[in-house]
Write a new protein. Sequence first.
Length: 272
Amino acid sequence: MSFASLLESYDGEEAAPPAPAPQRARPPRTAWSQLNRGDRRLREALERGAKRALREAEEACGRGDGKRRLAVCFTVVDGLPHEAVWRAWADACAARGVDVAFYLHAHRPGRVASPWAKERLIKEHFETAWGSVELCRATLCLLDAALRGDPAAVAFASETCVPVCGPARVADLVDAPASRMVCTGRPNNGYALQVQWAKVHRSVDAAHVWKADQWVVLSRLHAEAAARLDGCARREARHRDDAEPLWRLLRKCTAPDELLFPVSLALCGVLE
């Protein structure tokens, strides 16, 4: 069809406006009546356990020594490429009165060459891979190791990260600890909906499903609550089979480490 014939056939009406963009959906809330008995008991244990974990975390924070400490936890393959940068940064923080401690989980611990990095490897080891649930298990073990040092806050990083927060900001952080994470309570695309939100175990209420970047900072209070969640859920369960660790409830998700801490804090009532 020629351009002239197109002009002759034009009737002067305006084109229809484009259809509005679809709303970002989230899985429907699983009604209590739709859960079987086991899922109900699991949800009860998890939600009661989260409240108990937050209470115990508040008590633990009250027993702290109040020193200015920051723990930085890394998941690496076989070393820390920017080790010199991190060590210099820690020295600069120490000059401002902040003690920085490092903890590492290595995918291949036997290939870690740096003596400094070897000294900071945690004893637990998991076969971590991108998007695997083993990353959740390694992260929780890093958290447990870090909390034994009584830090004011715990930061999580990956091997290629470098510090961009100066010593003065770090000092402010440990003096007034607060959690920092970029998170959302709704999937940001269809992929996240299908492989993350929709794959969370049905015993976790959809209102508690949140996602964040893995690079987060947890205050001592929130770190303690996340670390205690699984143990408290087991103690709140009626029977041994009525509670599973949170990481197992996320095991079918892709990149469950992006959900681990946001879901934990949502269960505790911190994220709404």
